[in-house]
Design a protein around this ligand. Structure first.
Ligand code: NAD
Ligand code: ZN
Length: 378
């Protein structure tokens, strides 16, 4: 049987580029639909050396909100990996209509095309996000597993960083968040990702197309955007370390994230494409382990041989979560997924790639100023 032809929307981006290279080497044909958004690729995108020029790749430079581009991109595809999106959590809070258009409306347009035109698509894999959970899952000594929800502005103001038990207000321990956790998006970005999930699952069911929703934790690795000042704390920190600038860490630095290497994300997407068992499923994808932001910042400073240590500022952003890491039992059990890249090795690989790249301007101060102006950061 000949290999599938896969449309990757947003295929010129960080995850898409890594995914396309792997799928190409496994014999798949690839179409990429991507508008090379300047916020991500810079104003003069250089496609040399990128997967876009590789043999076996059809590259359509167009906006995913453009119905004629969707039609062209789906001409030969029998599977879709939908990655194209705006991904800045804080930015989404003041570019609400734009985020809704690129993330939600474009997804609706793709599904609309599938519902109303002949096509060969039999599978859609969606890149969703752990952000749809909002705050992660916790355990109370008395009340068992609890989902405390977003921290209030008053709580953050009094530097009560850790969520408390909703029933007895006692201290909690973070536990892995399962897919069954009640979604509670805390940003417009997260709300659009959750909307994408519903649109794809419901339309897929009614159209008889297999769907798989993958909720990624914090993805890092070679190829992530170093230009986008709104996403990727590893990128933002790396630029500051290379410029010998201070490294401000929010809250008390003990807030944690689940950092997963892009090669493991590629592994999960490929399993979801190739496995019947994925159909109709929603799966967490992460390393399954929490790492504090202070710890990752220190790892980066060490890996770059930087002189300036991270500095905990006690500042905070409204809507930030405290902890969330993936419960991987579903994807392990149903798809045989297992993360392979250790954080130590992944960070070494990431920093050596960063050093091979031009040194970007630092965008953090400007991005934070914007948030302060909008009273989203204190
Ligand atoms: N990187 C992460 O940590 C992470 C975590 C959770 C979920 N995700 C999801 O994974 C997907 C890919 O993320 P990424 O990290 O590779 O992001 P990225 O920003 O590197 O790539 C996104 C790509 O989409 C393209 N794009 C943006 N708007 C477009 C439009 N209107 N039309 C056509 N193309 C457009 C961009 O040019 C870019 O190449 C996104 O859907 C994101 O929400 C990423
Ligand atoms: Zn309790």
């Amino acid at each position: 049987m000949s290999k599938s032809h896969i449309l990757i929307t947003g295929g010129a981006g960080f995850i898409g580029n890594n995914l396309a290279l792997k799928l190409l080497s496994d014999g798949y044909k690839i179409t990429i639909l991507d508008n090379l958004s300047p916020q991500i690729h810079g104003h003069y995108p250089n496609v040399d050396g990128q997967v876009l020029l590789a043999q076996g790749v059809e590259f359509i430079r167009a906006d995913v909100r453009e119905p004629s581009a969707i039609k062209l991109a789906l001409a030969n595809a029998d599977m879709i990996v939908h990655l194209a999106a705006e991904t800045g959590t804080a930015q989404s809070m003041y570019q609400i209509a734009h985020y809704n258009e690129v993330n939600t409306q474009a997804t609706a347009l793709i599904l609309d095309f599938l519902a109303n035109n002949p096509h060969a698509v039999k599978k859609i894999v969606l890149a969703s996000s752990r952000s749809i959970y909002g705050e992660g899952a916790y355990r109370c000594k008395t009340h068992g597993d609890v989902f405390p929800g977003a921290r209030t502005a008053a709580q953050l103001k009094s530097h009560q960083w850790d969520p408390l038990c909703p029933s007895c207000a006692s201290a909690l321990t973070a536990i892995p968040t399962p897919e069954s956790a009640r979604p509670s998006p805390a940003s417009i970005y997260a709300a659009t990702k959750y909307a994408q999930e519903d649109l794809i699952r419901i339309a897929g069911d009614s159209l008889g197309i297999g769907t798989a929703v993958l909720r990624f934790q914090n993805v890092y690795g070679a190829g992530q955007s170093l230009n986008n000042p709104y996403t990727g704390i590893l990128s933002i920190f790396s630029t500051r370390i290379r410029r010998s600038m201070s490294l401000p860490i929010f809250e008390d630095g003990l807030e944690s994230r689940d950092f997963v290497h892009v090669s493991d994300i590629v592994q999960a997407i490929q399993l979801a494409l190739e496995s019947e068992a994925a159909n109709g499923g929603t799966f967490n994808v992460g390393a399954g382990e929490p790492t504090s932001v202070l710890e990752i910042a220190n790892m980066l400073v060490d890996a770059f041989g930087g002189k300036i240590r991270p500095e905990v500022t006690g500042q905070y952003r409204l809507g930030d979560i405290r902890h969330c890491y993936a419960d991987l039992s579903q994807i392990r059990g149903k798809l045989g997924f297992a993360p392979k890249m250790s954080l130590k090795k992944g960070i070494e690989e990431f920093t050596s790639w960063v050093l091979s790249q031009p040194l970007p301007e630092d965008g953090l101060d400007k991005a934070n100023e914007e948030l302060k102006k909008r009273k989203m950061m204190s």
